[in-house]
Design a protein around this ligand. Structure first.
Ligand code: NAD
Length: 335
């Protein structure tokens, strides 16, 4: 099989793939697959990407021989699944590689916000040891609202239980046994917004989850709540977060993902290329948010541990084998 790996640049990853997929012709590219370079990959059987390759119908129409696209991520919102279906391309993902990894990161963000850790550290870097403005909030006894209880959301619930929090969950499919064993209560989304001190998002990006938190429902949020997003940027309307911070509806936000993050990876590029209104809006919103003292933004880093990366490679190798055998395991469907 002729297989292309995009967005793979670390030597150990490349060596690992070569060792475990010996009988195939492997090609590695540090950049993304996109509509400008897709025509060079017409004769590849399998394409593997990470989250910054935007697989649009334009890209798919060039991949004449491709039977499978493997995204080395859980989220697959960067791949046009319907168009892949039409072109008989199976799409595989990597489920469950980092449920604890992302949940631990979400909690790191909870604690960093609640205890003002980043601001405290910045203060000491400037040799200022005063405590003014650094008073935080206890986590124990507070209510955590988890939006989307799948693999990651369930790990978040487990961690929250250890901290002695009350847990509310709004999710699509309910399972009373899980609620009992993890000690949480299922509620609807509006109830969760009204009653949570901290709200954390763990839904995939789908048409039904795009802008779940928006200008129409932000006023329901409990005054002074903290907002955490490690799912996908588009789940929360950024403009609404900025307004909610300015009006004191929320008292802080920690975002590992932001709307349009793929377009604003390198802000310097904004000076040299033509950009749409959406791209410029996303860039501007990011800098307004980043300057807010109660906001923490990280660069889509929640998955990034050595252990999780190793699991991603192992499942990707498994996905290559599934694809060759035309198996359905780890394939994804659109909503
Ligand atoms: P999962 O599929 O196991 O869980 C998602 C849950 O959301 C499911 O239980 C589903 O029923 C629920 N859901 C779907 N639509 C919903 C809706 N409209 N309202 C409420 N709930 C809904 O996925 P997961 O492994 O827990 O991952 C969740 C998301 O986290 C991924 O899709 C991905 O976008 C994101 N993620 C981010 C990082 C990162 O580095 N920041 C890493 C991994 C995953």
């Amino acid at each position: 099989m002729k297989i292309a790996f995009f967005e793979m640049k670390e030597k150990w990853e490349i060596e690992y793939m070569k060792k475990h997929l010996k009988n195939h012709r492997l090609f590695f590219f540090s950049g993304e697959l996109n509509k400008n370079n897709a025509k060079n990959f017409r004769d590849f059987d399998i394409i593997s990407i990470f989250i910054y390759s935007n697989i649009t119908p334009d890209v798919i129409s060039e991949l004449k021989k491709t039977k499978a696209i493997i995204t080395r991520s859980t989220g697959f919102d960067h791949v046009d699944i319907k168009s892949c279906d039409r072109n008989k391309i199976k799409v595989y993902n990597v489920p469950r590689y980092g449920s604890n990894t992302v949940a631990e990161y979400a909690f790191a963000l909870v604690l960093a916000l609640a205890r003002k850790i980043i601001r405290s550290n910045e203060r000491v870097r400037n040799l200022d040891f005063s405590l003014d403005g650094l008073r935080g909030m206890d986590i124990k006894g507070k209510t955590l609202g988890i939006v989307g209880l799948g693999e990651i959301g369930a790990c978040v619930a487990e961690i929250a239980r250890g901290f002695g929090m009350n847990i509310l969950v709004s999710t699509k499919i309910k399972d009373p046994k899980t609620a009992k064993s993890l000690g949480f209560r299922y509620v609807n989304f509006n109830y969760l917004l009204k009653n949570s001190d901290i709200i954390t998002f763990h839904v995939p990006l789908l048409p039904s989850t795009k802008h779940m938190l928006n200008s129409g429902n932000i006023n329901l949020v409990k005054k002074g709540a903290l907002l955490i997003n490690t799912s996908r940027g588009e789940v929360i309307e950024t403009e609404t977060v900025i307004k909610a911070l300015n009006r004191g509806i929320i008292s802080g936000a920690a975002m590992d993902v932001l709307e349009g993050e793929e377009l604003i990876k390198d802000e310097r590029e904004l000076l040299f290329k033509q950009h749409s209104h959406e791209e410029l809006k996303a860039a501007l919103e990011e800098s307004v948010l980043a300057e807010h003292e109660n906001v923490i933004i990280t660069p889509h880093n929640a998955f990034n541990t050595q252990e999780a990366l190793q699991r991603i490679l192992d499942v990707t190798i498994q996905d290559v084998r599934f694809a060759i055998q035309n198996k359905k395991e780890n394939t994804v469907k659109c909503e």
